[in-house]
Design a protein around this ligand. Structure first.
Ligand code: C5P
Length: 225
């Protein structure tokens, strides 16, 4: 039996990018490394939580003491997330592709004779975070979203927290000059119903431990309520 401040807590973490296939050899993707999500899953497990990590394609090793479920597309991630319920806390760090090619060609798409490039027709992917927030019954007690922005981070993040319906939102600036996407460090803002905090630049592991400690405070309040 686990001990620690998060003993008895079931956590679900999504991480990494998704890959959306165009044909058997090509896909649409993004630059997410999965590092922040993997660090959060590990930090929650170290505090005693029972953690399921649903991860898109990344090159990271499985965190110790975590149930790792790998997937490729947003639709697969959504299915695995729903299978991992119920949970007390959901932390959605995954950079889920907003759109996917409308159809996946069964064979490699060939160059046509006139060299005119094929048109890409995209359809929206499910919003896993918004869906978790809207679950009734079955909504996790605490849902934490992430917002990767490249401009006016604070305003976009506050609006996103409202729109998605999550409890807490961790926002960061992923402009290329910050080196955050794919890097080892992060500089985030935490938005809760009580207000907004700016955390100093620190390693993704330190962000994970600080966030896990905050979840510990929440869990303590839930259990003593
Ligand atoms: O709207 P945007 O993609 O910026 O929102 C980011 C937050 O929403 C992240 O927590 C991300 O994991 C989550 N998300 C999701 N499913 C999507 C898109 C975003 O869970 N299809």
């Amino acid at each position: 039996q686990e001990t620690g401040p998060l003993a008895g807590l079931r956590a679900l973490v999504t991480a990494g990018p998704t890959h959306e296939p165009l044909d058997p050899v090509r896909y649409l993707a993004n630059r997410s490394s999965g590092r922040q999500g993997y660090a959060i899953a590990q930090a929650l497990a170290e505090l005693g939580a029972d953690v399921t990590l649903v991860s898109g394609p990344v090159t990271l090793a499985a965190p110790v003491g975590v149930h790792l479920v790998r997937c490729e597309t947003a639709q697969e991630m959504q299915a695995h997330v729903m299978q991992a319920l119920p949970c007390d806390v959901a932390v959605c760090t995954a950079a889920v592709a907003d759109w996917r090619p409308e159809t996946e060609a069964s064979q490699k798409i060939k160059k046509n004779g006139d060299m005119r490039p094929p048109a890409l027709s995209l359809v929206p992917n499910p919003d896993i975070l918004a869906q978790l927030c809207a679950l009734a019954p079955g909504r996790p007690g605490l849902v934490i979203g992430f917002a990767a922005e490249t401009e006016t981070v604070q305003a976009h993040a506050q609006a996103k927290r409202q729109r998605k319906g999550c409890d807490w939102l961790v926002a960061n600036d992923v402009s290329p000059q910050t080196g955050i996407m794919g890097g080892e460090h992060n500089e985030v803002m935490l938005i809760t119903p009580d207000g907004m905090e700016t955390w100093p630049r620190m390693s993704k592991q330190d962000v994970a431990e600080k966030l896990a400690a905050r979840v510990g405070g929440w869990w303590h309040d839930v259990q003593s309520a």
